[in-house]
Design a protein. Structure first.
Length: 228
């Protein structure tokens, strides 16, 4: 009971505060009946309702923000500056085409050159007119062409070996068209020998099992004859 008597009785206000009367809303739910549904686009009422006059005034006083361009200053002796310049030159050279300049050759041109060598007949690569045509087409000198043909080549893909369960295809070095055909023929002949050996082994196995089968059949036949 002491706790109940210590409580202060609450009373509702009988008069409105002055600040409440000064901020009376201009619109009421009755006057907003036409705007009760949600609007997909911003109208004048929504714009005014979301506007902050103090923030808008501050933004107008600040004005547009100017961002200065970022410029990275590099010394003329900087190594990275030379790398960037060299990269731009390479990109321009690749755009112009698959030609060689300044002692350089593109990957595509090198691949075409080495593939062309594999499709020549034996000895044709040493003929002066063939070498001159290659040097002109790929813009190479004699020493560079000789070095490429001696130390570099593209792989010639062989048929898969018949005894390889993974059916892998080996890549080998070939010097000309005849060399390529010869190495493919060697793989085919090896596969043929393995296939023939397997067939012979199956025949021998069948011949070895046939007498045993005949013996078993004869025993079964004799067994049934005795029963009768």
């Amino acid at each position: 009971m002491g706790a109940q008597t210590s409580k202060v009785a609450r009373k509702l206000p009988t008069k409105a505060r002055p600040e409440t009367l000064s901020n009376v809303p201009k619109e009421s739910p009755a006057t907003l009946g036409s705007m009760s549904s949600a609007s997909e686009s911003k109208n004048e009422f929504i714009e005014e309702d979301s506007m902050d006059p103090h923030l808008a005034e501050n933004l107008r006083s600040l004005g547009p923000v100017t961002i200065p361009p970022t410029i990275t200053k590099m010394r003329p002796s900087d190594t990275m500056l030379g790398i960037i310049h060299k990269r731009h030159q390479e990109e321009k050279r690749e755009i112009k085409g698959l030609t060689v300049s300044d002692g350089l050759i593109s990957i595509d041109s090198l691949f075409t050159l080495l593939e062309q060598r594999k499709r020549l007949n034996p000895g044709e690569i040493e003929q002066p007119e063939i070498r001159q045509a290659m040097m002109k087409k790929y813009e190479l000198d004699e020493a560079t062409l000789s070095t490429l043909l001696k130390y570099y080549n593209t792989m010639a893909i062989m048929p898969p070996a018949i005894d390889d369960k993974e059916e892998r295809r080996n890549g080998v070095w070939v010097n000309d068209k005849v060399d390529w055909e010869s190495k493919v023929k060697q793989v085919d002949e090896r596969n043929s020998r393995i296939k023939k050996a397997r067939q012979e082994a199956m025949k021998d196995n069948n011949r070895a099992t046939q007498p045993k089968l005949k013996e078993q059949e004869q025993k079964l036949k004799d067994l049934f004859d005795e029963d009768y």
